[in-house]
Design a protein around this ligand. Sequence first.
Ligand SMILES: *Cc1c(COP(=O)(O)O)cnc(C)c1O
Length: 375
Amino acid sequence: MNIKRNILLNPGPSTTTDTVKMAQVVPDICPREDEFAEMMRQMRKDLVRIVHGDPQKYTSVLFCGSGTLNLDVCVNSLLPEGKKILVINNGAYSSRAVEICEYYGLDHINLQFPIDEQPDLKVVEKTMKENPDIAVVYTTHNETGTGVGNPIREIGAIAHAHDAIFIVDTTSTYAMVPIDIEKDNIDFCMASAQKGLMSMTGLSFVVGNEEIIKKSKDYPKRSYYCNLYLQYEYFEKTGQMHFTPPVQTVYATRQALKEYFAEGEEAKWERHSRVMNAIHEGLKELGFKELIRPEIQIGLVASAVYPDDPNWSFQKVHDYCYERGFTIYPGKVTTTDTFRLCALGAIDVEDIEEFFKVLREALIENNIRVPVQYR
Ligand SMILES: *Cc1c(COP(=O)(O)O)cnc(C)c1O
């Protein structure tokens, strides 16, 4: 079968291999069969292994849904009665966790920092000291809207020093940036299959401390479908998801995991890094400015600032590239107009070189000056 290869430079879903695409085509199966449960049993172990978790201490719980489901699950399930959650917020994804707190009416602190800066750890420390009722600290590893990487190990250390648990949204770093759950002071992290794992959409998972999940059995139940303990308990009892799993995505993810371990953590991160470097180079050659200074970028997202050119049109440039198999994506910054190029997926430097040829053509075709101009 010949499947057109598109290069997705959006922040997920990512470009997949043909072998992962084809792994979805399987004989029909009822997911309540042992054969299917066995596949998920192995997958749960593999997902812990990716972040080097001790299998005696950490477990993973699978859900059917997009990545935001994990944010919802962790926030609503892991806050004890009468306690507070601290959200360290320097971007759109941590803001999403704040919105979840608001929807559930959870006692929370929205500790905001500029979206183009890392959080100030002194302020975090001070907030912890002033609020001894904080039981959960939450942040995002890679604020995918900008590409700012947050110092999770340091934040986790502060959380633990104040007896709080630490939840990190690693949706856009898991299986890309090497993570060590224990050394990075993480109690819970998460991702969905279509990002770092380069699989299909519809499968998400939380990796975390099993003792804390067991403890959360007695925490207030704020959701039915999205309760962490309930799903965990069902997995432990039956090996299955409580409700219907995304069957074909589970098959694709089994294949993606095989390919992940074959490529290897270090080699994969190296590949993403050289893709990112090629993106930085290409942007620079065309004269684009980046919004985030290099020292605080995670190394997976470039936020390019819109040029000051009367003919600039993101939509027109996007459409030109899209028609030629390359997808670019708008930024998630309210103060500055940006577009994003991301280094996720089964792509390499040659794909980026091809892309920049097309992007240059797109600019010229639309009478946008090259190199692009800023006032
Ligand atoms: C992609 C992403 C999510 C999940 O988004 P969905 O649209 O629900 O898949 C959550 N957090 C971060 C940091 C992400 O990059």
